[in-house]
Design a protein around this ligand. Structure first.
Ligand SMILES: Nc1ccn([C@@H]2O[C@H](COP(=O)(O)OP(=O)(O)OP(=O)(O)O)[C@@H](O)[C@H]2O)c(=O)n1
Ligand SMILES: C[C@](O)(CO)[C@H](O)COP(=O)(O)O
Length: 397
């Protein structure tokens, strides 16, 4: 059976008034949380998953410049954003309507305000959709729950064994939740989550165990707690990888080096666009991850990689780092050739690599040297490159 087409719909059109009610406040989803905007974290949590085919973000029409300023890596999976509305419910419906042209099988509706969502929770929700039309992560209540009409006197104590708090992503069969949301928008009732709409529409919704770290950033102090969770969860350790690659010259008029096309009296012969610098760099990252090398992921025998841009492989390698909840600390490449001259191209090379990996250009170094006319590189029979990658990964012990 074919894998269901799955889209993540991230709602980010709120104003975050409970974090800061002032008109000119930076909305919470655009605030930094341990070095990354909240919304960027939420988007990346889904973009990095192979079984998520596309990601759509619902934004507030007043936040367009803020959204465009997010350094989210360009990816065909990230669809153009759509504008939301006054309530979460309306924003979700706007997103669902925009997805009609894609008509995914499954949709995962997620609050931008839950940036710590884990792969485990997302995977469990998707797995839960095999047996139900809807599935949400939820947690049992751990404190005693009181009912009170005025917030003062107690009217009753609830049986908390039957009470759970709902999280996101809330996953649904797309057609059914779209129909339910449309019907719900026609009645005078405010629904606080999508599962409530599904329940109202008699769709069976199951629950899987949520995650305490998958908190919704709602009040100012939640930023402190989320940052602590990120730090505690990610007790990081450093991994170093090295890469080496060589390609020979053949007749041609340009070489690809570190993602830049440089006019030359020959071209390089080899896998894809024969970019030795990016190949060495990818191998360094794969090495740091302990995940084989470029040929493991992109076999040279596979015709689809013939002539392909090696930036595709670099993006893949850096996504693997993200999927492991790691981060690239720095990348260092040395290109060895008599010609062409590399130094004029270094700024562009650093830019290409930083864009492909979603890191600052200050974390990328490109060096070049001649081989003092010694050996094959000295005789201008080919070019070789060496690279080192330093990455941080959650501790494995
Ligand atoms: N009109 C709205 C309201 C909320 N949301 C989104 O729904 C999620 C959950 O909502 P909440 O945490 O309540 O966010 P805000 O509405 O922004 O917060 P507040 O109520 O404090 O203003 C958030 O990611 C928020 O951006 C939305 O897309 N459109
Ligand atoms: C959808 C939700 O995150 C489930 O817990 C929550 O209901 C959204 O919060 P809001 O404050 O009601 O927008």
């Amino acid at each position: 059976m074919a894998r269901p087409h799955t889209t993540a719909l991230i709602v980010a059109a709120g104003k975050g008034a409970r974090v800061d009610p002032s008109e000119d406040a930076l909305p919470k989803q655009y605030r930094q949380l341990a070095g990354k905007a909240v919304l960027q974290r939420s988007i990346e949590a889904f973009l990095t998953l192979d079984y998520v085919d596309s990601v759509m973000v619902v934004i507030n029409s007043e936040h367009v410049p803020l959204y465009n300023g997010l350094p989210v890596k360009h990816s065909g999976k990230l669809l153009p954003p759509v504008h939301g509305a006054q309530t979460r419910q309306e924003s979700v419906l706007a997103g669902l309507e925009a997805l009609v042209k894609i008509a995914p099988d499954l949709v995962l509706i997620h609050d931008a305000a839950r940036p710590l969502v884990s792969q485990q929770v997302i995977g469990d929700v998707v797995a839960g959709l095999i047996r139900a039309q809807g599935c949400i992560p939820a947690l049992p209540i751990t404190e005693t729950v009181k009912r009170s009409q005025n917030g003062d006197g107690i009217d009753a104590t609830e049986d908390r064994r039957q009470l759970f708090t709902a999280q996101t992503p809330q996953g649904f069969k797309f057609k059914q939740i779209l129909a339910a949301h449309r019907d719900a928008s026609a009645i005078d009732r405010a629904f606080t989550d999508d599962a409530e709409i599904a329940e109202w529409a008699d769709m069976p919704v199951s629950m899987v165990t949520g995650d305490r770290a998958n908190m919704k950033i709602t009040h100012p102090e939640d930023f402190v707690r989320a940052a602590q969770l990120l730090r505690g969860e990610a007790l990081m350790e450093t991994h170093i990888g090295s890469g080496y690659d060589v390609h020979s010259f053949e007749p041609g008029d340009a070489v690809w080096l570190a993602g830049v096309k440089i006019p030359h009296h020959a071209k390089l012969n080899g896998h894809s666009d024969a970019d030795v610098a990016l190949h060495a760099l990818c191998d360094a990252i794969y090495g740091a991850l302990g995940e084989g090398d470029i040929g493991t992921h992109f076999p040279p025998s596979d015709a689809q990689w013939k002539g392909a841009s090696s930036t595709v492989f670099l993006e893949h390698a850096s996504k693997l780092v993200e999927a492991r909840r790691g981060r690239i600390v720095n990348l260092d490449v040395t290109i060895v050739c008599e010609a062409p001259k590399i130094s004029p191209h270094v700024p562009e090379m650093r830019e290409v690599i930083s864009r492909s990996c979603g890191i600052g250009a200050n974390r990328v170094a490109i060096k070049a040297t001649t081989n003092e006319k010694l050996g094959f590189a000295g005789r201008e029979e080919g070019i070789f490159a060496m690279a080192t990658a330093s990455i941080e990964l959650p501790r494995q012990d």
